[in-house]
Design a protein around this ligand. Sequence first.
Ligand SMILES: Cc1ncc(COP(=O)(O)O)c(C=O)c1O
Length: 412
Amino acid sequence: MATLAINGGTPVRSAPYPSWPETDDDGYVAAVEAVVRSGQWGGFPEPGVHAAGFESAFAAYQGGAHGVLMVNGTITMEVACKALDIGWGDEVIVPALTFAATAYAPMAAGALPVFVDITPDTWTIDPELAEAAITERTRAIMPVHLGHHMADMDRIMDLARRHGLAVIEDCAHAHGQRWRDQGAGCIGDFGSFSHQSSKILTSGEGGSLLTNDDRLAQRAHSIVDCGRAKDPDEKDYTFGANYRLSELNAALLEVAMERFPAQQEARATAGKRFEELVADIPGITVMPADDRITRWSFYNYLLKMDPDAFAGRPNEVVCAAMEAEGIEAEVQYPPMNHYELFQPSLSRLPVAVEYADRLDPTRMSFPVAEAAGLRESIYFMETTFRDGEQGVQDAADALAKIQANAQELPES
Ligand SMILES: Cc1ncc(COP(=O)(O)O)c(C=O)c1O
Protein backbone atom coordinates (compact mmCIF):
# COMPACT_ATOMS: atom_id res chain seq x y z
CA MET A 1 0.00 0.00 0.00
CA ALA A 2 1.22 3.50 -0.83
CA THR A 3 2.55 5.62 2.03
CA LEU A 4 3.01 8.91 0.20
CA ALA A 5 -0.12 10.96 -0.53
CA ILE A 6 1.07 11.54 -4.10
CA ASN A 7 0.48 7.79 -4.62
CA GLY A 8 -2.83 7.67 -2.74
CA GLY A 9 -1.56 7.43 0.86
CA THR A 10 -3.04 9.50 3.70
CA PRO A 11 -1.78 13.11 3.60
CA VAL A 12 0.04 14.53 6.62
CA ARG A 13 -2.30 17.51 6.63
CA SER A 14 -5.91 17.51 5.48
CA ALA A 15 -7.01 20.87 6.96
CA PRO A 16 -6.30 23.89 4.76
CA TYR A 17 -3.87 26.53 6.02
CA PRO A 18 -5.39 29.93 6.93
CA SER A 19 -6.33 31.91 3.82
CA TRP A 20 -4.18 34.70 2.43
CA PRO A 21 -5.04 37.46 1.88
CA GLU A 22 -7.20 37.47 5.01
CA THR A 23 -10.86 37.16 4.10
CA ASP A 24 -12.39 37.48 7.56
CA ASP A 25 -11.05 40.85 8.71
CA ASP A 26 -13.76 43.54 8.83
CA GLY A 27 -11.11 46.26 8.87
CA TYR A 28 -10.46 45.67 5.15
CA VAL A 29 -14.16 45.69 4.33
CA ALA A 30 -14.71 48.97 6.18
CA ALA A 31 -11.72 50.60 4.47
CA VAL A 32 -12.99 49.68 1.00
CA GLU A 33 -16.52 50.77 1.84
CA ALA A 34 -15.28 54.18 2.94
CA VAL A 35 -13.47 54.68 -0.37
CA VAL A 36 -16.50 53.54 -2.35
CA ARG A 37 -18.72 56.02 -0.53
CA SER A 38 -16.18 58.85 -0.89
CA GLY A 39 -16.36 58.66 -4.69
CA GLN A 40 -12.56 59.06 -4.87
CA TRP A 41 -11.83 55.66 -6.35
CA GLY A 42 -8.91 56.41 -8.65
CA GLY A 43 -5.31 57.38 -8.02
CA PHE A 44 -5.63 60.87 -9.54
CA PRO A 45 -4.61 63.43 -8.41
CA GLU A 46 -1.44 61.49 -7.59
CA PRO A 47 -0.84 60.57 -4.87
CA GLY A 48 -4.38 60.05 -3.58
CA VAL A 49 -5.17 60.49 0.11
CA HIS A 50 -4.86 56.78 0.92
CA ALA A 51 -1.85 56.32 -1.37
CA ALA A 52 -0.05 59.15 0.43
CA GLY A 53 -1.07 57.70 3.81
CA PHE A 54 0.33 54.28 2.95
CA GLU A 55 3.46 55.68 1.31
CA SER A 56 4.47 57.53 4.46
CA ALA A 57 3.52 54.67 6.82
CA PHE A 58 5.45 52.06 4.83
CA ALA A 59 8.48 54.31 4.24
CA ALA A 60 8.61 55.06 7.98
CA TYR A 61 8.40 51.35 8.85
CA GLN A 62 11.26 50.46 6.50
CA GLY A 63 13.21 53.58 7.49
CA GLY A 64 13.14 55.35 4.12
CA ALA A 65 12.43 59.01 3.38
CA HIS A 66 9.93 58.55 0.52
CA GLY A 67 7.48 55.96 -0.77
CA VAL A 68 5.97 55.96 -4.26
CA LEU A 69 2.98 53.67 -4.72
CA MET A 70 2.08 52.21 -8.12
CA VAL A 71 0.43 49.31 -9.92
CA ASN A 72 2.80 46.42 -9.20
CA GLY A 73 6.29 45.32 -8.22
CA THR A 74 7.49 44.92 -11.81
CA ILE A 75 6.65 48.42 -13.02
CA THR A 76 8.36 49.73 -9.86
CA MET A 77 11.73 48.48 -11.14
CA GLU A 78 11.11 49.82 -14.64
CA VAL A 79 10.23 53.21 -13.14
CA ALA A 80 13.37 53.05 -10.97
CA CYS A 81 15.52 52.45 -14.08
CA LYS A 82 13.81 55.32 -15.92
CA ALA A 83 14.10 57.69 -12.95
CA LEU A 84 17.83 56.90 -12.89
CA ASP A 85 18.02 57.63 -16.66
CA ILE A 86 19.00 54.04 -17.42
CA GLY A 87 18.14 53.18 -21.02
CA TRP A 88 19.43 52.25 -24.46
CA GLY A 89 22.95 50.88 -24.52
CA ASP A 90 23.18 50.57 -20.74
CA GLU A 91 23.78 47.35 -18.81
CA VAL A 92 22.24 46.33 -15.51
CA ILE A 93 23.57 43.42 -13.45
CA VAL A 94 20.89 40.96 -12.29
CA PRO A 95 21.21 37.66 -10.36
CA ALA A 96 20.74 34.43 -12.32
CA LEU A 97 18.05 33.19 -9.91
CA THR A 98 15.02 35.44 -9.52
CA PHE A 99 11.57 36.06 -10.94
CA ALA A 100 11.44 37.16 -14.59
CA ALA A 101 10.33 40.65 -13.49
CA THR A 102 13.82 41.57 -12.27
CA ALA A 103 15.20 41.15 -15.79
CA TYR A 104 12.09 42.50 -17.52
CA ALA A 105 12.49 45.90 -15.83
CA PRO A 106 15.81 47.01 -17.35
CA MET A 107 14.73 45.53 -20.70
CA ALA A 108 11.51 47.55 -20.61
CA ALA A 109 13.64 50.65 -20.02
CA GLY A 110 15.74 49.65 -23.05
CA ALA A 111 18.78 48.38 -21.14
CA LEU A 112 20.49 45.00 -21.20
CA PRO A 113 20.24 42.70 -18.18
CA VAL A 114 23.57 40.96 -17.55
CA PHE A 115 23.11 37.84 -15.43
CA VAL A 116 25.60 36.67 -12.82
CA ASP A 117 25.57 33.62 -10.57
CA ILE A 118 24.49 33.52 -6.93
CA THR A 119 26.27 32.47 -3.73
CA PRO A 120 25.78 28.88 -2.52
CA ASP A 121 24.92 29.93 1.05
CA THR A 122 22.15 32.48 0.39
CA TRP A 123 21.21 32.10 -3.29
CA THR A 124 21.53 35.86 -3.68
CA ILE A 125 23.76 37.70 -6.15
CA ASP A 126 27.47 36.89 -5.81
CA PRO A 127 29.21 40.28 -5.26
CA GLU A 128 32.51 39.03 -6.66
CA LEU A 129 30.89 37.87 -9.90
CA ALA A 130 28.87 41.08 -10.06
CA GLU A 131 32.08 43.08 -9.90
CA ALA A 132 33.67 40.92 -12.59
CA ALA A 133 30.68 41.59 -14.89
CA ILE A 134 31.05 45.39 -14.79
CA THR A 135 31.85 47.07 -18.12
CA GLU A 136 31.98 50.71 -19.17
CA ARG A 137 28.29 50.37 -20.05
CA THR A 138 27.16 49.11 -16.61
CA ARG A 139 24.86 51.58 -14.84
CA ALA A 140 23.27 49.61 -12.00
CA ILE A 141 23.12 46.43 -9.93
CA MET A 142 19.81 44.88 -8.93
CA PRO A 143 20.33 42.63 -5.90
CA VAL A 144 17.30 40.47 -5.07
CA HIS A 145 16.57 39.68 -1.42
CA LEU A 146 15.41 36.14 -2.12
CA GLY A 147 13.21 34.09 0.20
CA HIS A 148 14.35 34.54 3.80
CA HIS A 149 17.73 35.96 2.78
CA MET A 150 19.12 39.36 1.97
CA ALA A 151 21.88 39.99 -0.56
CA ASP A 152 25.20 41.04 1.00
CA MET A 153 24.45 44.76 1.00
CA ASP A 154 27.82 45.69 2.55
CA ARG A 155 29.66 44.34 -0.45
CA ILE A 156 27.10 45.46 -3.02
CA MET A 157 27.15 49.05 -1.76
CA ASP A 158 30.94 49.01 -1.56
CA LEU A 159 31.37 47.93 -5.16
CA ALA A 160 28.59 50.23 -6.36
CA ARG A 161 30.34 53.22 -4.76
CA ARG A 162 33.73 52.25 -6.15
CA HIS A 163 32.34 51.90 -9.68
CA GLY A 164 29.80 54.74 -9.56
CA LEU A 165 26.80 52.42 -10.07
CA ALA A 166 23.20 52.79 -8.96
CA VAL A 167 21.63 50.07 -6.78
CA ILE A 168 17.99 49.01 -7.17
CA GLU A 169 17.04 46.45 -4.50
CA ASP A 170 14.33 43.98 -5.52
CA CYS A 171 12.53 43.56 -2.18
CA ALA A 172 9.45 41.69 -3.45
CA HIS A 173 10.20 39.04 -0.79
CA ALA A 174 11.62 41.34 1.88
CA HIS A 175 8.99 43.64 3.41
CA GLY A 176 10.13 44.28 6.97
CA GLN A 177 13.72 42.99 6.63
CA ARG A 178 16.55 45.08 8.07
CA TRP A 179 20.25 44.84 7.33
CA ARG A 180 22.43 46.32 10.11
CA ASP A 181 19.31 48.24 11.18
CA GLN A 182 18.78 49.73 7.72
CA GLY A 183 15.52 48.69 6.09
CA ALA A 184 15.56 46.58 2.93
CA GLY A 185 14.95 48.93 0.03
CA CYS A 186 16.46 51.91 1.85
CA ILE A 187 20.12 51.00 1.40
CA GLY A 188 20.51 51.42 -2.37
CA ASP A 189 19.12 54.23 -4.53
CA PHE A 190 15.72 52.56 -4.82
CA GLY A 191 13.96 49.62 -3.16
CA SER A 192 11.16 47.89 -5.05
CA PHE A 193 8.32 46.04 -3.28
CA SER A 194 5.40 44.00 -4.60
CA HIS A 195 1.93 44.11 -3.03
CA GLN A 196 0.53 41.34 -5.25
CA SER A 197 -1.90 38.87 -3.62
CA SER A 198 0.59 36.30 -2.36
CA LYS A 199 2.99 38.87 -0.86
CA ILE A 200 3.12 39.56 2.88
CA LEU A 201 1.94 43.18 2.56
CA THR A 202 -0.79 43.05 -0.04
CA SER A 203 -3.79 44.72 -1.62
CA GLY A 204 -4.21 42.13 -4.37
CA GLU A 205 -2.04 44.16 -6.75
CA GLY A 206 0.32 47.06 -6.16
CA GLY A 207 3.96 47.99 -5.81
CA SER A 208 6.07 50.51 -3.90
CA LEU A 209 9.35 52.20 -4.55
CA LEU A 210 11.25 53.53 -1.55
CA THR A 211 14.09 56.02 -1.79
CA ASN A 212 15.99 58.44 0.42
CA ASP A 213 16.64 60.79 -2.49
CA ASP A 214 14.18 63.71 -2.84
CA ARG A 215 14.88 64.20 -6.52
CA LEU A 216 14.52 60.49 -7.41
CA ALA A 217 11.24 60.34 -5.47
CA GLN A 218 9.93 63.30 -7.43
CA ARG A 219 10.95 61.75 -10.73
CA ALA A 220 9.31 58.44 -9.84
CA HIS A 221 6.07 60.20 -8.85
CA SER A 222 6.16 62.04 -12.15
CA ILE A 223 6.77 58.90 -14.26
CA VAL A 224 3.84 57.01 -12.68
CA ASP A 225 1.54 60.01 -13.20
CA CYS A 226 1.84 60.33 -17.00
CA GLY A 227 4.95 62.49 -16.60
CA ARG A 228 3.16 65.32 -14.76
CA ALA A 229 5.48 67.86 -13.17
CA LYS A 230 5.97 67.35 -9.44
CA ASP A 231 8.39 70.14 -8.62
CA PRO A 232 7.01 73.44 -7.33
CA ASP A 233 8.37 75.31 -10.37
CA GLU A 234 6.52 72.97 -12.75
CA LYS A 235 9.73 72.26 -14.66
CA ASP A 236 10.04 68.52 -14.18
CA TYR A 237 7.67 67.11 -16.76
CA THR A 238 9.03 63.62 -17.45
CA PHE A 239 8.32 60.96 -20.06
CA GLY A 240 5.87 58.73 -18.17
CA ALA A 241 2.65 56.74 -18.29
CA ASN A 242 -0.29 56.01 -16.03
CA TYR A 243 0.95 53.56 -13.40
CA ARG A 244 -1.20 54.96 -10.56
CA LEU A 245 -2.79 52.52 -8.11
CA SER A 246 -6.46 52.97 -7.21
CA GLU A 247 -7.48 54.37 -3.84
CA LEU A 248 -9.37 51.11 -3.18
CA ASN A 249 -6.07 49.24 -3.19
CA ALA A 250 -4.28 51.96 -1.26
CA ALA A 251 -6.91 51.84 1.50
CA LEU A 252 -6.44 48.06 1.78
CA LEU A 253 -2.70 48.63 2.11
CA GLU A 254 -3.19 51.10 4.96
CA VAL A 255 -5.05 48.39 6.91
CA ALA A 256 -2.47 45.75 5.91
CA MET A 257 0.30 48.02 7.20
CA GLU A 258 -1.36 48.19 10.63
CA ARG A 259 -1.55 44.39 10.78
CA PHE A 260 1.96 43.83 9.42
CA PRO A 261 4.35 44.16 12.43
CA ALA A 262 2.56 41.52 14.53
CA GLN A 263 2.24 39.16 11.53
CA GLN A 264 5.91 39.58 10.76
CA GLU A 265 6.95 38.73 14.30
CA ALA A 266 4.75 35.62 14.38
CA ARG A 267 6.09 34.48 11.01
CA ALA A 268 9.70 34.95 12.14
CA THR A 269 9.06 32.91 15.31
CA ALA A 270 7.48 30.12 13.24
CA GLY A 271 10.42 30.30 10.80
CA LYS A 272 12.95 29.74 13.60
CA ARG A 273 10.93 26.79 14.89
CA PHE A 274 10.76 25.33 11.37
CA GLU A 275 14.57 25.47 11.15
CA GLU A 276 14.83 23.38 14.32
CA LEU A 277 12.28 20.86 13.08
CA VAL A 278 13.88 20.19 9.68
CA ALA A 279 17.54 20.39 10.76
CA ASP A 280 18.01 16.62 11.13
CA ILE A 281 16.16 15.43 8.02
CA PRO A 282 18.72 13.62 5.84
CA GLY A 283 19.53 15.53 2.65
CA ILE A 284 18.07 18.81 3.92
CA THR A 285 20.32 21.83 4.48
CA VAL A 286 19.11 24.80 6.48
CA MET A 287 20.62 27.99 5.08
CA PRO A 288 20.56 30.34 8.09
CA ALA A 289 19.84 34.02 7.53
CA ASP A 290 22.90 36.28 7.66
CA ASP A 291 23.79 37.61 11.14
CA ARG A 292 23.75 41.14 9.74
CA ILE A 293 19.97 40.88 9.27
CA THR A 294 18.72 42.73 12.34
CA ARG A 295 14.99 42.36 11.72
CA TRP A 296 14.10 39.09 10.07
CA SER A 297 11.07 38.92 7.84
CA PHE A 298 10.30 36.70 4.90
CA TYR A 299 7.79 35.87 2.21
CA ASN A 300 9.10 32.41 1.28
CA TYR A 301 11.40 30.24 3.37
CA LEU A 302 14.10 28.44 1.35
CA LEU A 303 15.50 24.98 2.01
CA LYS A 304 18.22 23.24 0.04
CA MET A 305 17.68 19.54 -0.72
CA ASP A 306 20.18 17.00 -1.96
CA PRO A 307 18.50 14.84 -4.63
CA ASP A 308 20.77 11.91 -3.68
CA ALA A 309 18.97 11.69 -0.34
CA PHE A 310 15.63 11.66 -2.19
CA ALA A 311 16.34 8.64 -4.42
CA GLY A 312 17.77 10.95 -7.08
CA ARG A 313 14.54 12.90 -7.55
CA PRO A 314 14.81 16.68 -8.14
CA ASN A 315 13.05 19.43 -6.20
CA GLU A 316 10.11 19.51 -8.62
CA VAL A 317 9.10 15.96 -7.68
CA VAL A 318 9.55 16.60 -3.95
CA CYS A 319 7.45 19.79 -4.16
CA ALA A 320 4.65 17.91 -5.95
CA ALA A 321 4.76 15.28 -3.18
CA MET A 322 4.65 18.06 -0.54
CA GLU A 323 1.57 19.57 -2.19
CA ALA A 324 -0.10 16.15 -2.08
CA GLU A 325 0.71 15.97 1.64
CA GLY A 326 -1.21 19.25 2.10
CA ILE A 327 1.79 21.63 2.30
CA GLU A 328 2.33 24.53 -0.10
CA ALA A 329 5.88 24.11 -1.42
CA GLU A 330 7.20 25.27 -4.80
CA VAL A 331 10.30 25.26 -6.97
CA GLN A 332 9.54 28.86 -8.01
CA TYR A 333 12.26 30.05 -10.38
CA PRO A 334 14.38 28.33 -13.03
CA PRO A 335 17.84 29.83 -13.61
CA MET A 336 17.75 32.83 -15.95
CA ASN A 337 19.49 31.02 -18.82
CA HIS A 338 16.54 28.64 -18.93
CA TYR A 339 14.04 31.45 -19.52
CA GLU A 340 14.01 31.25 -23.30
CA LEU A 341 11.56 34.12 -23.45
CA PHE A 342 14.29 36.67 -22.90
CA GLN A 343 16.22 35.72 -25.98
CA PRO A 344 14.00 37.10 -28.76
CA SER A 345 13.62 40.48 -27.04
CA LEU A 346 17.25 40.73 -26.13
CA SER A 347 18.25 39.97 -29.69
CA ARG A 348 16.28 42.96 -30.91
CA LEU A 349 18.17 45.41 -28.73
CA PRO A 350 20.70 47.33 -30.84
CA VAL A 351 23.51 46.37 -28.49
CA ALA A 352 22.69 42.71 -29.00
CA VAL A 353 24.45 42.66 -32.34
CA GLU A 354 27.69 43.89 -30.86
CA TYR A 355 27.58 41.83 -27.66
CA ALA A 356 25.63 38.82 -28.91
CA ASP A 357 27.77 36.29 -27.05
CA ARG A 358 26.57 37.67 -23.72
CA LEU A 359 22.94 37.14 -24.74
CA ASP A 360 23.09 33.57 -25.95
CA PRO A 361 21.60 31.36 -23.20
CA THR A 362 23.50 28.34 -24.50
CA ARG A 363 26.78 30.11 -23.72
CA MET A 364 25.75 31.17 -20.24
CA SER A 365 26.71 29.03 -17.27
CA PHE A 366 25.50 29.60 -13.71
CA PRO A 367 26.42 26.44 -11.77
CA VAL A 368 24.96 27.58 -8.44
CA ALA A 369 21.72 29.01 -9.87
CA GLU A 370 21.28 25.97 -12.11
CA ALA A 371 21.75 23.54 -9.21
CA ALA A 372 19.37 25.56 -7.02
CA GLY A 373 16.65 26.15 -9.61
CA LEU A 374 16.70 22.76 -11.31
CA ARG A 375 17.46 20.38 -8.41
CA GLU A 376 17.79 21.83 -4.92
CA SER A 377 15.43 24.69 -4.06
CA ILE A 378 12.24 24.21 -2.09
CA TYR A 379 10.30 27.40 -1.31
CA PHE A 380 7.90 27.07 1.61
CA MET A 381 5.10 29.49 1.04
CA GLU A 382 3.92 32.14 3.47
CA THR A 383 0.88 30.10 4.56
CA THR A 384 3.08 27.47 6.25
CA PHE A 385 4.12 30.04 8.85
CA ARG A 386 0.68 31.40 9.73
CA ASP A 387 -0.66 28.39 11.56
CA GLY A 388 1.73 28.52 14.51
CA GLU A 389 3.45 25.41 15.82
CA GLN A 390 1.06 23.03 14.02
CA GLY A 391 1.67 24.64 10.62
CA VAL A 392 5.43 24.21 10.71
CA GLN A 393 5.26 20.82 12.43
CA ASP A 394 3.06 19.51 9.58
CA ALA A 395 5.44 20.89 6.96
CA ALA A 396 8.47 19.31 8.67
CA ASP A 397 6.62 15.98 9.15
CA ALA A 398 5.66 15.91 5.47
CA LEU A 399 9.24 16.52 4.37
CA ALA A 400 10.58 13.84 6.71
CA LYS A 401 7.93 11.40 5.49
CA ILE A 402 8.78 12.03 1.84
CA GLN A 403 12.50 11.63 2.49
CA ALA A 404 11.99 8.38 4.40
CA ASN A 405 9.85 7.00 1.56
CA ALA A 406 11.71 8.58 -1.34
CA GLN A 407 11.91 5.30 -3.28
CA GLU A 408 8.17 5.60 -3.72
CA LEU A 409 8.40 9.00 -5.46
CA PRO A 410 7.52 9.19 -9.17
CA GLU A 411 10.53 9.63 -11.49
CA SER A 412 9.36 13.06 -12.69
C1 LIG B 1 11.59 38.56 -6.85
C2 LIG B 1 10.39 39.23 -7.45
N1 LIG B 1 10.54 40.40 -8.08
C3 LIG B 1 9.49 41.06 -8.61
C4 LIG B 1 8.21 40.54 -8.56
C5 LIG B 1 7.11 41.25 -9.28
O1 LIG B 1 6.06 41.71 -8.49
P1 LIG B 1 4.60 41.92 -9.11
O2 LIG B 1 3.95 40.58 -9.24
O3 LIG B 1 3.92 42.80 -8.12
O4 LIG B 1 4.77 42.59 -10.43
C6 LIG B 1 7.99 39.32 -7.89
C7 LIG B 1 6.63 38.76 -7.80
O5 LIG B 1 6.40 37.61 -7.57
C8 LIG B 1 9.11 38.65 -7.32
O6 LIG B 1 8.96 37.47 -6.70
